[in-house]
Design a protein around this ligand. Structure first.
Ligand code: FPP
Length: 235
């Protein structure tokens, strides 16, 4: 399928949505939707990296607003993060550098230690980058970057200094952002980096968004006419 695509995004983002509705439609508890969603993460991320060679994948897994969910659901999600970031990450994702967006130090200590260790162990991987948004907010990220600049003694900020101080410093901006489940919102995801991204809103719930759906999404990306505010010269 890859051969059919001539233009691919260098940086793709996923706003994972619809796990709860997926579970509800099946008469299952919400946690089962997250469980299915987590299994699907592995499939889609690996497909992006190892089938299509997309360099950077960003995921919105838990926003700063998600703390308002019931404790039972939050506890389950924390268990998912713990499982995902365990020691086997390095074997599961060869050549991938893990980068966490958001203050993950608020999570339980064992999870924080696992995450720190994985970041350290993968820091020299140059082929692929996985940006994981947990306890993440795009507005907070910009504030965080500006505060870092102020602390460094700069009197003024510029686009460049902000970019250099975001969680995604030195990375390409988002080219393509997919939000599953039919909702058509950005919900505070990578506000700076998404400026010129193409947006795609399939109706499919995240646990059902498989390899075929990814291919169709990438086909759609290929069709988009990206002008970045300019116009095409007339012949
Ligand atoms: C959105 O669906 C999903 C979330 C807020 C959580 C996503 C988290 C996981 C899949 C767990 C694993 C993640 C990692 C990175 C290990 P929703 O619950 O808002 O669905 P709904 O809108 O249908 O209720």
């Amino acid at each position: 399928m890859k051969e059919e695509l001539k233009i691919l995004p260098k940086h793709i983002g996923f706003i994972i949505d619809g796990n709860g509705r997926w579970a509800k439609e099946r008469g299952l508890p919400r946690s089962m939707g997250h469980d299915a969603g987590m299994k699907n993460l592995d499939v889609v991320i690996k497909e992006c990296f190892y089938t299509y060679g997309i360099k950077t994948v960003s995921l919105y897994a838990f926003s700063t607003e998600n703390w308002n969910r019931p404790k039972k659901e939050i506890d389950f999600l924390i268990k998912c993060f713990r499982k995902y970031l365990n020691k086997s990450f390095v074997e599961r994702y060869p050549k991938v550098k893990l980068n966490i967006m958001g203050d993950y130090t608020v999570f339980p200590q064992d999870l924080v230690e696992n995450a720190k260790r994985t970041i350290e162990e993968t820091k020299n991987n140059t082929e692929f980058v996985l940006n994981l948004g947990i306890n993440y907010s795009g507005q907070d990220e910009i504030v965080y970057a500006v505060n870092k600049i102020i602390k460094s003694g700069e009197k003024e900020v510029s686009r460049k200094t902000i970019e250099d101080n975001l969680y995604t410093a030195c990375q390409e901006p988002l080219d393509f952002c997919i939000r599953t489940s039919g909702e058509q919102r950005i919900s505070n995801f990578m506000l700076w980096q998404i400026s010129y991204a193409e947006l795609y809103f399939p109706k499919t719930y995240w646990p059902d968004f498989g390899k075929k759906d990814l291919f169709l999404a990438l086909k759609e990306f290929e069709k988009r006419d990206r002008r970045f505010g300019a116009i095409k010269e007339e012949k």
